[in-house]
Design a protein around this ligand. Structure first.
Ligand code: ATP
Length: 459
């Protein structure tokens, strides 16, 4: 399966549209159509529910736009950059580390601009532009990824404001606020879902690298003595979470970070094998108490916590789990996408876990010009909508075409109302056919049985 086939299907059926398309597009942005919105909501709901399984988990929704001081304290203003290199032949921009990677050379994330230039120069004669294939690159420069905004800035000298580069900083700066509510005590976590912005040099690979994207992040505040065990537990929990969604285990793996940034105590990624190869899905990091230390120092506000036993104040350590909603969506689409044959016909099917499927079931009268069938089908749909609100209706074209359309958008069940439902065969009165998306098999069930089947599959 190619990335292009997923891009085409998701546009055709209303999951994902290129951003600003009628104006020729705007790189690194995508708009989500009716089914995309539904799929994203289901992903967020499941992630949130997995966090809520912890008794000591708070939720937060912090601002997208923040004072520049937040990002000075976090180190993003001075150190959040990617190495930019320009192709002098075709004038396209590229990430120098990606250009090096293409010939098997790994640039250490911690390298300075000078060191990167030395490495680049060492291999320069073998480095080709991914766009035009020429060997004519300029020098490597560090490009800061933070997106600035003029919101709230009126006069020269006003502090620069930024669109947040990650949601995590909003959590750190509200750590004390959440603690002071009196409902939480260390160890506890704060979970947040929201937009983040990065001036990525070359956004690419569809939803994988966008300039405006969404993160689902959790920071777990814990005493230093427990932090390593918590890190191990979160690693295991997050991998089990993906397995519980039914993601193919062969396409998931851990990648341990070898070269840690100076404050990090441990770090690993969960990677997924996307159609273009392995890539980071989620980062799990043990960050020491670097972030709280920085914000305490820059803001001058005491962020420490009192330990009743030792009678001392301390700054908790942090274990972070950070995953992109967009990368999760791409993983779920890639994992679900199948091309197979059914009844002698080729079909495309999205084999979504029913919990994630944007539409849970489709109800259809066998014939659309028989009012008695239509009326009964509407009655069945109304009953099923009480089990779950997203039950579709389709009476267009022949029944086979309706099934194929639903297969393409991953609807797990199709329910058809026919003359037997109305009692043509008295033994089958008030029964319907339920077709399974993955096998194509149909069974005759009562309406109550269908309700129960859907309830179990989606809850
Ligand atoms: P990469 O190395 O791929 O650029 P990163 O290590 O910078 O990613 P983090 O800063 O750890 O990523 O961000 C946490 C998560 O946010 C990532 O695991 C990813 O799922 C998501 N993410 C980061 N950058 C982007 C982006 N440009 N587009 C979409 N999702 C992103």
């Amino acid at each position: 399966m190619s990335l292009e086939s997923i891009v085409a299907l998701t546009k055709r059926r209303g999951f994902i549209f290129p951003g600003s398309e009628i104006y020729g597009g705007f790189a690194g942005t995508y708009d989500f159509g009716p089914l995309g919105v539904a799929l994203r909501k289901n992903i967020v709901d499941l992630w949130t529910r997995s966090m809520q399984e912890h008794d000591n988990m708070a939720q937060l929704d912090s601002s997208i736009v923040t004072s520049g001081k937040v990002w000075e304290a976090s180190g993003h203003v001075s150190g959040f950059s990617d190495p930019l290199v320009l192709c002098k032949a075709c004038h396209t921009k590229h990430r120098a580390d990606h250009v090096l990677e293409a010939i098997g050379v790994t640039a250490d994330e911690k390298m300075s601009e000078k060191e990167l230039n030395e490495l680049f120069d060492e291999h320069r004669k073998n480095l080709t532009c991914p766009n035009c294939g020429k060997k004519d690159f300029g020098a490597v420069t560090a490009k800061n990824l933070l997106a600035t905004t003029s919101l709230g800035m009126f006069e020269e000298g006003d502090t620069q404001s930024y669109l947040r580069g990650e949601t995590a900083q909003g959590i750190y700066i509200n750590f004390k606020n959440v603690l002071d509510t009196g409902f939480y005590s260390v160890p506890f976590g704060i979970a947040q879902v929201g937009k983040a912005f990065r001036n990525e040099i070359s956004p690419r690979q569809f939803l994988f690298r966008k300039r405006e994207f969404e993160q689902m992040e959790m920071q777990y505040f814990t005493p230093e003595s427990e932090a390593r065990a918590d890190f191990a537990a979160w690693k295991e929990e997050r991998m089990n979470y993906y397995l519980s969604l039914g993601i193919n285990p062969d396409k998931l793996r851990f990648k341990q970070h070898e070269n840690l940034v100076f404050y990090a105590k441990d770090a690993c990624d969960i990677e997924y094998e996307y159609p273009f190869g392995w890539g980071e899905l989620e980062g799990i990091h043990y960050r020491g108490n670097y972030d709280l230390t920085q914000h305490q120092q820059f803001s001058g506000v005491d962020l420490s916590v009192y330990n009743e036993e030792t009678k001392e104040r301390f700054l908790p350590h942090v274990v972070e789990t950070s995953v992109g909603l967009d990368r999760t969506m791409l993983m779920i689409l890639s994992d679900a996408y199948h091309e197979d044959e059914m009844g002698g016909d080729k079909r495309v099917v999205l084999k979504f876990n029913p919990k994630l499927a944007p539409i849970k079931a489709m109800v259809s009268p066998l014939l659309k010009n028989k009012p008695e069938l239509v009326e009964k089908a509407r009655e069945v749909r109304a009953a099923l909508k009480k089990v779950h609100p997203v039950i579709a209706w389709d009476d267009n074209g022949n029944i086979g075409k309706r099934y194929r359309r639903q297969d393409e958008i991953g609807t797990p069940f199709c329910i058809t109302i026919d003359f037997d439902t109305l009692g043509e065969n008295p033994e089958l009165l008030n029964t319907v056919t339920l077709r399974d998306r993955d096998t194509g098999t149909q069974e005759r069930l009562t309406i109550a049985e269908v309700e129960e089947k859907i309830r179990q599959a989606v809850s």
